[in-house]
Design a protein around this ligand. Structure first.
Ligand SMILES: NC(=O)NCCC[C@H](N)C(=O)O
Length: 259
């Protein structure tokens, strides 16, 4: 297996403030501050050894910066999503072009399936998929059809309290699933579950070497992870949090590309 550290990102639309909000109240968003926060997020990835590749901007789509939702990547195969939110469907084409240029094999979710990448949490070869507001049963079936032949085990779990599965839970490098209990439908769905004290403390991007990219808004969760021997790398993504985004959804990590 080849390892790669490439992160697909997409710069925010000037129309970010018009993006979707579902489970939280709409707040004013400062587009200029959002751009600076995005640049700092990209810089943090680079500082920690990741090559970043930009998908072409889709400025007409306010939510385009949340590029994780456009696909799920397992090994070197990208399953391009069909977002449950119709306004987000035009986001996928440029993201697909970017990963095709990187050498990914591409598969696509087809109608009537819907699936968004934020609903998919991979832990080793186990692929958890949230069945919720944006991903339907047919999307789950197509995810299974795409990845089970590659050795993945797809486990569907309910998501009703937040936008996406990864708004509720992500995982530490040892596979422990972390979540803020009031927002997790069923902690027992996961073999090891660690409660964290803040909503945004449930979102980590594994940078490698025990370093965890996470939101600056979760200092108590960061302290908990540091106490467990990890190294939190905080970034301020406040403008994206107002749009129901989190640290995971601002990039697609390509870890097993044949480069
Ligand atoms: N994976 C993610 O957490 N994506 C965040 C998407 C937020 C965007 N405002 C949306 O509602 O689609």
């Amino acid at each position: 297996m080849t390892t790669s550290r490439i992160a697909l990102v997409r710069r925010p639309s000037p129309r970010l403030a018009e993006g979707l909000v579902t489970h939280i109240d709409r707040k004013p968003v400062d587009a200029a501050l959002a751009l600076r926060q995005w640049e700092a997020y990209v810089a943090a990835l680079k500082t920690h050894g990741w090559e970043t590749v930009e998908a072409d901007p889709v400025d007409a789509c306010p939510d385009g910066v949340f590029v994780e939702d456009t696909m799920v990547v397992h090994r070197n195969v990208a399953l391009v999503s069909r977002p449950g939110a119709e306004s987000r469907r035009p986001e996928t084409a440029a993201a697909e072009a970017a990963v095709t240029a990187l050498g990914c094999s591409v598969n696509r979710v087809r109608e009537p399936g819907t699936l968004e990448g934020g609903d998919v949490l991979k832990i080793g070869d186990t692929v958890y998929v949230g069945r919720g507001g944006r991903t339907n049963g047919e999307g789950v079936r197509q995810l299974r059809a795409a990845f089970e032949p590659l050795g993945a085990r797809v486990v569907a779990v309910p998501v009703s309290k937040v936008l996406h599965l990864k708004s509720a839970v992500t995982a530490l490098p040892d596979g422990t699933v972390i979540g803020y209990p009031p927002l997790v439908d069923d902690p027992a769905a996961f073999p090891r579950f660690l409660p964290v004290p803040e909503e945004s403390g449930a979102h980590v991007v594994l940078l490698g070497g025990g370093r965890l990219l996470m939101a600056a808004s979760a200092p108590r969760s960061a302290a908990l992870f540091a106490d467990l021997g990890y190294t939190p790398v905080p970034v301020d993504i406040g403008e994206f949090e107002k749009m129901e985004g989190c640290v995971t959804c601002l990039s697609v990590r390509l870890r097993e590309l044949y480069v």
